[in-house]
Design a protein around this ligand. Sequence first.
Ligand code: NAG
Ligand code: NAG
Ligand code: NAG
Ligand code: NAG
Length: 434
Amino acid sequence: MCFSIMFMLDLTLLFAFSLSAHRIVAAANRSIAAHYNITDHVLNLTVHDYRAELLRKREFPLPAGHEDLVNIKNRLHLATVLIGDKVFALAIDTNSSTTWVADSSFVCLEYHNVDQGPARCNLGREFRPSSSKTLKPLGAKVTSRYYNGMFIEGNFVEEHIGIGGVSRALPYFRKIRQIIGVAEKGYWNGHGVASGVLGLGFQYEQDPFSVIQAVFKDRSSLNIFSLALKRASSPEPTAGGVLAFGGVPNNIPTDNHWAETPILPRSPETPEGYRIKIDGFDIRPPPGAPEPDTEPGGPYKSDDTIMVVDSSTSTVIVPPEVALYTASLFRTGGKLYSPYNKYLVPCIAPAPRVGIVISGKSYYISDADLRSPAPELGDNVCVLELEPADKGRLVLGDVWLRNVLAVFDFTDRVERRRPEYANGVLRIAGREFY
Ligand SMILES: *[C@@H]1O[C@H](CO)[C@@H](O)[C@H](O)[C@H]1NC(C)=O
Ligand SMILES: *[C@@H]1O[C@H](CO)[C@@H](O)[C@H](O)[C@H]1NC(C)=O
Ligand SMILES: *[C@@H]1O[C@H](CO)[C@@H](O)[C@H](O)[C@H]1NC(C)=O
Ligand SMILES: *[C@@H]1O[C@H](CO)[C@@H](O)[C@H](O)[C@H]1NC(C)=O
């Protein structure tokens, strides 16, 4: 999702923000070990310059807090968050740092600012600022625009946030004072459950809007968060996986093949999100189909590409030729259906195998995520969830994230001082089947 914030500050606010910014910087370059009691295990993890090949999940500390996520039809993954004294379901967005919740007077608009009535936006529980005793207005505006035309407008406030335990009724891992947006109008589809967005990105060292940075500020746990999204499946259609802070959950089965890749410096196009370089797309024809006249893994196996890891994009967005090639490997080929900008492929027919190559390892997308039924377009019609990019925006969205355990590790920037890790490291293990 595209996110841009227009933020107007008065001088008092600016002053307050730069003060808190200093505190974050000061905390960030002290050694973790000097501050807190942590086990040898964790200490070894932070001081060892270990190799990716040696990475095993057990070398990560266990999380200090986590939230069970909710899956809404493989389109949204939601975290439950305490705001003020009530709990809200917010869509997790690794591409932005701003967290917002819809006001109880939210007006649902469409692109031309026409009131559509609340049913169009179908929001979950709405936030009532007047009934919060802990809210402080900041007199600053938030405007967020999303690439698919969704947007919200409202005001920034300071409010209590509790996270990391809400979904399991455990004591919160963190209770913080946080700047969040309260959205008063816009167009944003909550699918009847979601009340807003939880921003898991951040812009720079001192991003006053970032929940992640606020969580990391307290140095009692490592600067790590991990995501193990879960695909909708029949016994538990709304189980959406886990968001964990300070470590890596040990109850997520993976293939234990870990790779790591530096998070690239934030770019003007993705100022708050996480970009990585992938080695290419490993695409294999369906079993029994003739092997095309290329090396194993197909013609795009070694195609260095920069992609955004974005939990708020439901698909994977690839170069057009990669989507076309994948679609062409289905028995009947694939037709681009322009209203969806997706290829139509048969549901019942062997599928090619598609992997994203990171640091030399392929992380495959399960068939269960690669295509999804589109009954509105006919029997046995599925859409291929590899979307051809239109403006060069390449994204590893939920379709891929549901097949990996992704660890966003910001300990290196402090502990190891490896220049290429200055923006953190993404560590990945495969979990195609579960
Ligand atoms: C991420 O956010 C930026 C703006 O903040 C936007 O331009 C970009 O399109 C977004 N990326 C994705 C993958 O949504
Ligand atoms: C911490 O960082 C600040 C700003 O970069 C620097 O002035 C200070 O010397 C650093 N302190 C330590 C102990 O590294
Ligand atoms: C930290 O460790 C010291 C010595 O092992 C112990 O006395 C103290 O209670 C510990 N503090 C916490 C907060 O665990
Ligand atoms: C940490 O490293 C030290 C030195 O290599 C070793 O003696 C100790 O057993 C390690 N601790 C753990 C928990 O692995």
